[in-house]
Design a protein around this ligand. Structure first.
Ligand code: NI
Length: 248
């Protein structure tokens, strides 16, 4: 169930029996020679939709801009500053909390969002702790990175081994090829540059990783693999969502 395809009466009826919502969050950033700019948002959204169906959960609108400053030397990338993203997440959560939602399960598609999401959660909890008027003791926020579930990790190891790399991975490109087969790109590419140290700003990143990839071979991607990744992620994450909404 997608929030934007419901009426307000349907949302009200949902809230009579449930307090949970799934929130897909991604990024709009370069993903190497054959990866779509929307990869991280597309993956998070596809998996969130599956989790919504499997767990009977409402899925909120995708936050498809993230913290992508390090990709800004590649055309098409859009970034939110961490402070902006924290504000967006805060307003999103507080808006839905006003209607009675209490359990927010974020399915994240972008490693660069992790620290900002954690900071956003602390800002929201701090607002509750610091003001008796805004206190929301029932509020729970959870971050789940889709690529880290046991079934996804196992599948990635089996299919790609070291060629998975850590940015513009064959796993995430496979998921986008499954979701949008009409946008599959066939591009020849050599070996990717590996990570030798942590990167800093956008120019530094581009110097280290000239075609955008970090240690990956996304030419191994296929829609068939993508279908398996979505299935694996949905299975693991739907189970975690059920525990999250029923836990104390
Ligand atoms: Ni990505």
């Amino acid at each position: 169930m997608l929030l934007h395809l419901q009426t307000w009466q349907e949302v009200e009826a949902y809230l009579n029996t449930a307090k949970g919502v799934v929130v897909p969050i991604g990024s709009t950033e370069q993903h190497g020679p054959n990866g779509l700019i929307g990869t991280d948002a597309i993956c998070a959204e596809a998996i969130a939709k599956g989790v919504g169906e499997a767990a009977g959960a409402l899925v909120g609108p995708t936050i498809n801009l993230g913290n992508a400053q390090h990709h800004m030397a590649f055309a098409g990338t859009i970034t939110l500053k961490p402070s902006t993203l924290i504000a967006v997440i805060g307003d999103y959560v507080v808006s839905l909390a006003r209607h009675g939602f209490e359990r927010f399960f974020f399915i994240n598609g972008h490693g660069g969002n992790i620290s900002t999401l954690s900071a956003a959660f602390q800002e929201i909890y701090a607002a509750s702790s610091l003001s008796s008027a805004a206190s929301a003791p029932g509020l729970r926020l959870k971050l789940k990175n889709w690529w880290e579930t046991p079934a996804v990790q196992k599948l990635s190891k089996e299919l790609f081994g070291r060629a998975e790399g850590s940015h513009a991975t064959p796993s995430e490109v496979s998921v986008t090829q499954w979701a949008y087969p009409e946008a599959i790109k066939r591009v020849a590419m050599g070996e990717a540059h590996s990570r030798v140290r942590d990167f800093c700003d956008a120019e530094d990143y581009r110097r280290l990783f000239p075609d955008g990839r970090i240690g990956s071979d996304p030419s191994l991607a296929s829609p068939e693999h993508g279908s398996k990744f979505v299935e694996a992620a949905v299975r693991d994450i739907a189970e975690e969502y059920r525990k999250f909404v029923t836990a104390e």
